[in-house]
Design a protein around this ligand. Structure first.
Ligand code: SAH
Length: 247
């Protein structure tokens, strides 16, 4: 992919799972060309990768915090900066199209007739488990993995996931944003028939200074996470592969 970030264009750029070394070459090329970078709290520090004078703007969205910029104002800002003729990079943690609102931003720019390019990248859904020595698939153990958000608790009106079907999927389950509802999710998966001794691991702040890994089972993982003081951003891996430790 040849990256050409023209004035007046927005690039939705994957920041990867936290370590700047896990940015793609294309991401680095876009950052080198940017006049302004709107970054997320999970995005890596790219201050050493942009030209001197490039404006770096922090725009949320930290969960449940007051210092977030609303999605509407982020959308508006992207368009405003592009219409002013600037080369705009929208940098997210992980991949913009994995729980990153990248689709919404793309549509908003397109409606405003702002050209958008998309630079995909490394998602924490696979990278955080790898950091902890967990391959999300492994021959003989798992023939697939399912990535879901744990943001809405099972049974909550805004939840559209069929947790009992997920319990029967036979795939590794990778849970993003699942810390707060972990106990309820683990209970629902067990109610759906997933064995209580199924390995479950939680990987917190992978690639960061405060990285932590907690290992247990579907039955114990929620209590172990509380005991260990696990906070977002964390990923929960449920399935036989979660017992692997290829570190
Ligand atoms: N677009 C991102 C996901 C955004 S949702 C991606 O593709 O990775 C935010 C969630 O991502 C967090 O709540 C957490 O579940 C996960 N996450 C992101 N970075 C992480 C990291 N370094 N370690 C563990 N989990 C991470």
């Amino acid at each position: 992919m040849r990256v050409q970030l023209d004035p007046g264009t927005v690039a939705l750029v994957a920041g990867g799972p936290g370590d700047p070394d896990l940015l793609t070459v294309a991401a680095c090329r876009a950052l080198e060309q940017a006049d302004v970078v709107l970054y997320d709290y999970l995005a890596p520090d790219v201050s050493g990768l942009v030209r001197p004078g490039t404006e770096l703007i922090a725009v949320g969205k930290r969960p449940r915090s007051t210092d977030t910029t609303s999605q509407d104002s982020i959308n508006a800002l992207l368009v405003e900066l592009a219409k002013a003729g600037r080369r705009v990079v929208r940098l997210k943690g992980g991949d913009n199209y994995v729980f990153g609102r990248g689709g919404e931003e793309w549509l908003h720019c397109a409606e405003a007739e702002v050209p958008v390019i998309v630079i995909p990248g490394v998602t924490s859904a696979t990278a955080a488990p790898a950091f902890a020595g967990i391959p999300v698939t492994h021959r003989t153990l798992s023939q697939g993995f399912t990535v879901v958000s744990g943001h809405a608790a099972p049974g909550h009106p805004s939840s559209s996931l069929d947790w009992r079907a997920l319990a029967r999927s036979g795939t590794t389950l990778v849970l993003l944003m699942g810390v707060k509802n972990l106990a309820a999710i683990a209970a629902e998966l067990q109610a759906g028939g997933l064995a209580s001794d199924t390995p479950a691991s939680i990987v917190s702040s992978a690639f960061g200074d405060t990285a932590a890994v907690v290992r247990g089972t579907l039955d114990t993982i929620a209590a172990l996470a509380i005991e260990a003081g696990i906070k977002p951003p964390s990923i929960v891996v449920i399935g036989a592969v979660a017992a692997l430790d290829l570190t």
